[in-house]
Design a protein around this ligand. Sequence first.
Ligand code: TZP
Ligand code: MG
Length: 210
Amino acid sequence: MRTDYLKLYFIMGSQNFPAGETQALQVLEQALQGGITCFQLREKGDTALTGAASIRFAQKCQVLCHRYQVPFIVNDNIELALQLDADGIHVGQDDAAVSSFKNKFPNKIIGLSVHTLSELELAVQQDVNYVGIGPIFATASKNDAKKPCGVDFITEAKRHCPTMPIVAIGGITLDNAASVLAHGADGLSVISAISAANDPQAATRQFHHL
Ligand code: TZP
Ligand code: MG
């Protein structure tokens, strides 16, 4: 995987928008125009789309991403990732083990969320393409988020496993993003900094001018 895909990694699902799917697709296109480098569809929670509607929505996201040559990654849903031939899959520690699905995704991007150095070591052993580390700061975008680990954990992780690409996540804003990168992250992953911005395209552009 090209590490520069991680530079500005936008994540969302329809649940992140008051107006749901329509707004989600508008914001995704604005984020793509602003220069996001990767996208993860994370359709989750009580109001998440299900069944055929969720597949149609995912396909629309994928078409947009490919129009801008940005990888389309699916969170957690292995069946959906396979069905859509997504560019990759991202899983957390409570999801299916990477070893259980890795052979179904040859030449695809596999990402894993890690919160400790031992989880990071396991990620290296499982040969994932990148790890997501967070929440770095407090976040309102994930109900079951762990305690924030702070930016110093990024530095520690990088020192521990220098070759594993790291994307930082959780509470990242235009105000703290430079510090996250200075602490060794290869890239920034955000939900609300783009999804809840007054002007998502402008916000996206600003991340490229930190
Ligand atoms: N995993 C750890 S924190 C988080 C996820 C999915 C939510 C990040 O959202 P925000 O709005 O960028 O803090
Ligand atoms: Mg998960």
